[in-house]
Design a protein around this ligand. Structure first.
Ligand code: HEM
Length: 615
C-alpha cells in the first residue's frame, strides 16, 4: 500500500509542478501580445489541461491512501462513502487535500479559456495555494518547531515547483521559442535553486538534529537527495555558461542537457515523495510534559523580561523567507537605479528596512514568541504588524521602485513585466481595494470580526490560523496606510478631506474597540491561553484587559501621525498648486502670450465699467 501512496503522491507532485511551470511559461517566460497570450503561449493550453488533470487525479489518490494509512485499513476501508465524506469535510488534512484536488480540476476546466496574461498569473497563484495547502497539515505540522518545519517545507515546494516546473515547461516548448524563454527562466531558476537548497537543509536539520537522528532511513534518503542536488547544481552552472554566450548558444547541446537534468530531477522528486511518506525519526520525549509543545509546537518560555523580549528568537521560516525575498528585491531595485546613475532617497530605504525589521521582531523575534503565550503580547505584536511596520513599508515606496526598475517589454508588442504591474494597478480589483471605505472596513472592521467572535480562539489553536492572522494584520495595515499616506501611485485620486474623514473614523472605531475589550468580563480566546498553563501568567482576564489598553495606546499614535502627515501633504499640495499657477502665468508672459488671469480680471473690469456708463 505504501508503494501506491508514493506513486499517487509522485503523480500529484509532478502534475502540480508541470501545471505551475506551464502557467509560468505562458504568463511570464514567453512573449505576450499587449497583455494577451501569444499564439506560442496558447499552444501550451492542451498540455496545461492534461497536467492539471494528472495533478487532480494524483491528489485524489493521495486522499484515499492517506485515509487508509490513518485508519490502518486496506484501501477498501477508505473507499467507504461515509468514512471518506467525513474525512474530506471534517478533518483539516482531508479538506486541504480536497482543495488541492479541486484546484487541479478548476485549472483543467479553465485551461482552454485562458486569453490574458493577468488571468494566467491569477491561476498560477491559485495553483501555488493548492500546492502548499496540505503542507500545513502534513507531518511537518506535527513535529516540534512548527514555524521552522512547516515554513521551510512550504518554501521548499514552492521553489521546487517554479524550478522543476520551469524545466519541464522549457523541455516541452517548441525549440523556436526557447531563445526568448530560457534567459528569463535562468534568472528565476538561480533564485529558486538557492531557496530549494536552503529550505531543504533547514527542514532536514529540524527533523534530524538530535542524537540518533542521522542513523535512520530518513537521513539516508536526505543524504542521497543532497548528492543528486549537487549534480543538478553542476548542470545548472553549465546552462548558465552556455546561455551567457548569447548569439553562440549551442541549442542542440542544451536540449541533451535538459533531458539529463529532467531525468535526475524526476528521481529526486521521487525521493522527495518517498521521504514525505516515511515517518521522521522520533524525537526524545522531554522528561516533563509541556502542554504548550502539544498545542503550539513551542515550549513555554521563561517569564518575559526586557532582554528576553528583545533577544529571544523563534524563527517562522515562511515569514523569514517572504521578508528575505522582499529585501533582496528592494536591494536589487536600488542597485539597478544606482548603476543607471539615478538617485533613490536614502530615507525611503531606511523606512523600508525599519518596516521589515519590525515585522521580523513581531513574528520571529521575542515579541513573536511571547505573542503565542499571552494576550497582551499578542496585542503588541498585532499593533506592530498592523500599524507600525506598514508605515515604514509604505514610506519605502516599493511599488515606485518596482515600476522604475522592472524589466521593460522585450519587443514592440509586448506589455512585459512592468506593463503587467501597471495593468494590475489600474485593474478593477485595485480600484475596489483602494476605495477608502473598503480599506477602512478591512483595517478596523476585521478587529470586531476577529476578536468579538469565536474566530480569534480558533485561529490561535493552529499554526496556519496564527500565520494567516499575522498576514491579514499586515496586509490590511499596508492597504490602509497606502491609501492615506502612500507615496506609491494609487489607481484613484483620494481628496485630502476624504482621507482626513477616514482617519478620524479609524481613530474612533479603534478607540471604541479598545474600550470594549478593556471592559469585557469574559475571555475571548475560547480557552486557548488557559490550555497552555503558562506558570507566569495567572490572571488571564487582567492580561486580556491590559491587551485592550495597549491596543488603544499603541494604535492611536500611528493613526494620529497619519492625520498630521495628511494635513501637511494637503497644505503642501495647495501651495504647490498655487506655485504651478504662478509659473504658468510667468511662462505665458515671457512668451508674449496673454496672461489668462489678468485677461479675465480685465474682462470683469470692462463689464463693471459698461454697467456704470449705462444710462
Ligand atoms: C540540499 C538539498 C535538499 C535537501 C536537504 C532536501 C530535504 C528535504 C526534506 C527534509 C524534505 C521533507 C520531507 C518530509 O515531508 O518529511 C523534503 C521534501 C521534498 N523534497 Fe527535498 N531536499 C533537497 C533538495 C531537493 C531537490 C533538488 C528536489 C527535487 C528536484 C527535492 C524534492 C523534494 C520533494 C518533492 C519533497 C516532498 C514535498 C512534499 O512533502 O510535498 N528536494 N526535502
Amino acid at each position: 500500500m505504501s508503494a501506491f501512496s508514493v506513486i499517487f503522491k509522485y503523480l500529484s507532485l509532478t502534475g502540480s509542478f508541470a501545471t505551475i511551470g506551464i502557467l509560468l511559461a505562458m504568463g511570464f517566460l514567453l512573449l505576450d501580445s499587449e497583455g494577451m497570450l501569444s499564439t506560442q503561449a496558447q499552444k501550451l493550453r492542451r498540455l496545461l489541461w492534461a497536467f492539471a488533470l494528472i495533478w487532480s487525479l494524483g491528489s485524489f489518490g493521495t486522499i484515499i491512501f492517506t485515509l487508509a494509512t490513518i485508519l490502518d485499513q486496506p484501501v477498501s476501508g477508505a473507499l467507504d462513502p461515509t468514512v471518506l465524506r467525513s474525512f474530506i469535510t471534517q478533518i483539516t488534512l482531508g479538506q486541504y487535500l480536497l482543495f488541492q484536488s479541486i484546484t487541479g480540476l478548476v485549472i483543467a476546466a479553465l485551461a482552454f479559456r485562458l486569453q490574458r496574461v493577468l488571468s494566467t498569473l491569477s491561476l498560477l497563484l491559485l495553483a501555488l495555494l493548492g500546492l502548499v495547502a496540505p503542507v500545513f497539515q502534513s507531518h511537518a505540522a506535527s513535529s516540534g518547531s512548527h514555524g521552522l518545519a512547516i515554513g521551510s517545507l512550504v518554501i521548499h515546494i514552492v521553489a521546487l515547483s517554479l524550478w522543476v516546473g520551469g524545466i519541464i515547461a522549457i523541455a516541452l516548448l517548441d525549440p523556436k521559442d526557447r531563445p526568448i524563454a530560457v534567459p528569463r527562466f535562468n534568472q528565476l531558476a538561480l533564485w529558486a535553486l538557492i531557496a530549494v537548497v536552503a529550505s531543504g537543509s533547514v527542514n532536514a536539520w529540524v527533523r534530524l538534529d538530535f542524537k540518533g537522528g542521522w542513523n535512520t532511513t530518513y537521513a539516508y534518503v536526505v543524504i542521497a537527495k543532497i548528492v543528486l542536488t549537487l549534480i543538478l547544481i553542476a548542470i545548472g552552472y553549465l546552462h548558465r555558461v552556455n546561455v551567457a554566450k548569447q548569439d553562440l548558444i549551442n541549442w542542440r547541446g542544451f536540449s541533451r542537457l535538459v533531458s539529463v537534468e529532467a531525468l535526475i530531477m524526476g528521481i529526486t522528486v521521487l525521493m522527495g515523495a518517498w521521504l514525505s511518506s516515511i515517518q521522521p525519526p522520533e524525537r526524545p520525549v522531554p522528561s516533563k510534559f509541556d502542554p504548550a509543545i502539544a498545542i503550539s509546537g513551542i515550549s513555554t518560555p521563561p517569564a518575559p523580561t526586557l532582554s528576553r523580549i528583545l533577544f529571544s528568537f523563534e524563527p517562522d521560516a515562511l515569514m523569514i523567507g517572504i521578508l528575505v525575498t522582499a529585501v533582496a528585491l528592494y536591494i536589487k531595485g536600488v542597485l539597478v537605479l544606482t548603476r543607471r546613475g539615478d538617485k533613490w532617497p536614502i530615507g525611503r530605504t531606511v523606512a523600508f528596512a525599519l518596516g521589515i525589521s519590525a515585522i521580523d521582531f513581531a513574528t520571529s523575534g521575542g515579541l513573536g514568541l511571547y505573542a503565542h503565550f499571552s494576550f497582551s503580547y499578542h496585542m503588541i505584536a498585532h499593533m506592530i504588524l498592523g500599524m507600525i511596520a506598514p508605515i515604514g513599508i509604505v514610506l519605502g515606496a516599493p511599488i515606485t521602485l518596482a515600476l522604475r526598475t522592472l524589466p521593460q517589454a522585450r519587443d514592440n508588442n509586448e506589455r512585459g513585466v512592468r506593463g503587467t504591474v501597471l495593468a494590475l494597478l489600474h485593474s478593477k480589483i485595485a480600484m475596489f481595494y483602494t476605495n477608502p471605505i473598503v480599506a477602512l472596513a478591512l483595517f478596523d472592521g476585521s478587529l470586531f470580526a476577529l476578536y468579538f467572535t469565536d474566530l480569534f480562539g480558533s485561529m490561535m489553536q493552529s499554526h496556519t490560523g496564527h500565520l494567516f492572522m499575522n498576514i491579514h494584520f499586515l496586509l490590511s495595515g499596508l492597504l490602509f496606510f497606502h491609501v492615506i499616506i502612500g507615496i506609491d501611485p494609487n489607481p484613484r485620486r483620494i481628496p485630502h478631506l476624504v482621507r482626513i474623514v477616514v482617519v478620524f473614523a479609524a481613530m474612533s472605531i479603534h478607540a471604541f474597540f479598545s474600550v470594549a475589550l478593556m471592559s469585557s468580563t469574559t475571555l475571548i480566546d475560547r480557552g486557548y491561553f488557559g490550555s497552555l498553563q503558562v506558570p507566569w501568567l495567572k490572571d488571564l482576564l487582567a492580561d486580556q484587559q491590559l491587551g485592550g489598553s495597549i491596543g488603544w495606546a499603541m494604535g492611536e499614535i500611528p493613526i494620529l501621525l497619519a492625520l498630521v502627515a495628511t494635513f501637511i501633504s494637503w497644505v503642501k499640495d495647495d501651495s504647490r498648486e498655487a506655485k504651478r499657477i504662478d509659473r504658468n502665468v510667468a511662462r505665458a508672459a515671457a512668451m508674449g502670450q496673454p496672461d489668462d488671469l489678468a485677461a479675465y480680471n480685465k474682462y470683469l473690469q470692462d463689464l463693471a465699467e459698461r454697467d456704470r456708463n449705462r444710462p
